[in-house]
Design a protein around this ligand. Sequence first.
Ligand SMILES: *Cc1c(COP(=O)(O)O)cnc(C)c1O
Length: 470
Amino acid sequence: MALHKGTRGPRAGEARPALSVNPLYGEANPASGMTCTPSRHRLPDGPMAPTTAYQFVHDELMLDGNARQNLATFVTTWMEPQADRLMSDCLNKNMIDKDEYPRTAELERRCVAMLAHLWHAPDPDSVMGCSTTGSSEACMLAGMAFKRRWAKRNPVSYPATARPNLVMGTNVQVCWEKFCDFWEVEARQVPVEGNRFHLDPQAAVDLCDENTIGVVAVLGSTFDGSYEPVAEVCRALDDLQERTGRDIPVHVDGASGAMVAPFLDQDLVWDFQLPRVASINTSGHKYGLVYPGVGWILWRTADDLPEELVFRVDYLGGDMPTFALNFSRPGAQVAAQYYTFVRLGREGFRAIQQNTRDVARSLAERIEAFGDFTLLSRGDQLPVFAFTTAEDVGGFDVYDVSRRLRERGWLVPAYAFPPNRQDLAVLRVVCRNGFSADLADLFLDDLASLLPELRSQPAPTGKVVKAFHH
Ligand SMILES: *Cc1c(COP(=O)(O)O)cnc(C)c1O
């Protein structure tokens, strides 16, 4: 989470040391009549009434953005009231306490089984899998399994001399750079080049050596929504094995696409049908349609997840095996995921993802038709597309467009592509369930109404220096 530096309150002379509470909520502090001023940075001396405390926190949160107009995030912002109710039923259930809450553990097990089937695991009985807090944790676990398998294959060189490496594109999500940094694995990254905005299979194989713990293929790339060619990557690695004997496993980071492709792109072979794919992750809270806080990771067989990484915790009673970075975690998201699976079924997921993709494609096309923009992707893989200003546009840039859209409440990030295309700055639109065709029309109207002014600018108004993390 955001790392906050400094614990001091405001210094002398600084404005507004305390927060002010509307006097109408005055039941707060009978001793001082209608007003109370809780400190902003110190634990207050005493309690306040629950209704006041609620209103007080609620008012502050009101200034958070309107999630429906947020076209930057992949994460679910709307669920049905029934899902809300289930989640509040489970808020107090701790996932790790599997002996106390065996039914929650059972729902998790069923979700793993459903995903194993959805992703064509050849032997569902030998699949290993678990829920996580999201894809980032899932990717850490996948990377750890890769690293340990490599270490076991190389007992002589490990850990003294050899440095393990992981091969991927420069377009990977930051969680892979995090994994490499935290677990001291060299990140070997294939740059994006020209009009290829994701991993090139041959270039990936060229980076592999005897210390390569695995190759990551992303379905689909957060930068432009395109699917990486997982089957081609596997084929190139098959060829490498034939030539050199090196057997390098593939992990598919399906944070978004692993819950899109199975419903919309059934002819695409990207999952456990490819024998080289050892593990797959997804974010339950992206196109799995659950609120933030759930991801999934599955390994093809128990051999792909070294046994010594699995913990059996018996001090809560029971000895259910676990593999996770954290210990306690709420059970609500897992219950909500199971609800989503049984509520929608394959046909429900297909209909929703198709609708979202239709919105994305139509919006991309209509943005292209303005003539001011060039599409880099068309929303026909992930329902996500990236676009930049057309070559002959000199008066404004993507940062201007992003800033002006924000004035109308729309959050559309502008950012530079990764190496070797840092010269290319784009806008990205992520369509999700809840961003309806009607909302897309309103968005397009707003963009259209901004264009005359943007076109009349003599030059871009200057880049907003603001990091955007995928
Ligand atoms: C979002 C994303 C992640 C990180 O997922 P979280 O669930 O947010 O932790 C990792 N990889 C890809 C490709 C993503 O799109």
